[in-house]
Design a protein around this ligand. Structure first.
Ligand SMILES: *[C@@H]1O[C@H](CO)[C@@H](O)[C@H](O)[C@H]1NC(C)=O
Ligand SMILES: *[C@@H]1O[C@H](CO)[C@@H](O)[C@H](O)[C@H]1NC(C)=O
Ligand SMILES: *[C@@H]1O[C@H](CO)[C@@H](O)[C@H](O)[C@H]1NC(C)=O
Length: 221
């Protein structure tokens, strides 16, 4: 896979120094990420690229993403709200005159740190020493058919996510996802923009689904 050789090249270039301390992300921040997903459906390779706005709120055990995409000539707002502290997530689509909202049970807590199982791979910089990053690698497995090798870079010192590459299987199908995080700002300026559950969501519509948990579902590993 071409991406694999790029990744290997990246990893070879990084300087190996003393093991870096595994850090924890800031507690509240927002920004955007670009995502490229490659997977296989019906024997065909396919890719999808998207841009998202996100808010990460460890203090209140929640995170959310928003994006706008055109679908069949209509502009649709996609909003995913993960309320870990309440064990529930909402996957929402809002279009002209309609709201489709699924409520999903979720387990666990919002990830906050580079996992203790991670291996420090080295450090690099971008631009003319404009940004120093640390590389970490770890493995996440949800089941025998859903797992990923994850390579993550964070800015040195303040631990702000810079990129995440997830390579593995989702329900037995190979999947690769690459994310680059940009435009970090500390704090969440308007929490209601992300976290207010739209009207039209349960309990008015009591559909509850069990989430198929996967490393690929999360904003941050
Ligand atoms: C998640 O919660 C459900 C319902 O409480 C439970 O049956 C299941 O074992 C939990 N899964 C994990 C991975 O903890
Ligand atoms: C994950 O990485 C390990 C060690 O590099 C490798 O042996 C394994 O095949 C990788 N798994 C996947 C699913 O890529
Ligand atoms: C990032 O910030 C720049 C400067 O404020 C802005 O022009 C750009 O649209 C932002 N990018 C994203 C993806 O939000």
């Amino acid at each position: 896979m071409a991406t694999k050789s790029v990744l290997i090249l990246l990893l070879v270039v990084v300087a190996t120094t003393f093991a870096q301390k595994k850090c924890c992300y800031p507690s509240q921040f927002e920004g955007s990420f670009g995502s490229l997903v490659a997977t296989v459906t019906g024997g065909q390779g396919m890719t999808q690229s998207e841009g998202w706005q996100y808010a990460y709120d460890y203090t209140n055990g929640r995170m959310a993403t928003i994006n706008y995409r055109e679908s069949q000539g209509q502009m649709i707002k996609y909003q995913d709200i993960y309320l870990y502290s309440k064990g529930v997530a909402y996957i929402v689509e809002i279009g002209p005159g309609f709201t489709i909202c699924q409520q999903i049970s979720i387990n666990g807590t919002l990830p906050h740190c580079i996992p203790s199982s991670a291996t420090y791979l080295g450090s690099s910089y971008y631009g003319d020493h404009k940004l120093n990053v640390d590389f970490f690698k770890f493995f996440e497995s949800m089941s025998s058919s859903t797992y990923a090798n994850i390579t993550m870079t964070v800015s040195q010192g303040d631990c702000i996510p810079f990129s995440v590459v997830e390579e593995g299987m989702f329900d037995g199908v190979p999947k690769l996802r690459i994310r680059g995080y940009v435009n970090y700002t500390s704090g969440i300026s308007d929490p209601s923009k992300y976290f207010t559950v739209p009207s039209g969501c349960p309990p008015s519509n009591r559909e509850t689904l069990n989430m198929r948990k996967s490393p690929f579902d999360k904003i941050l590993p």
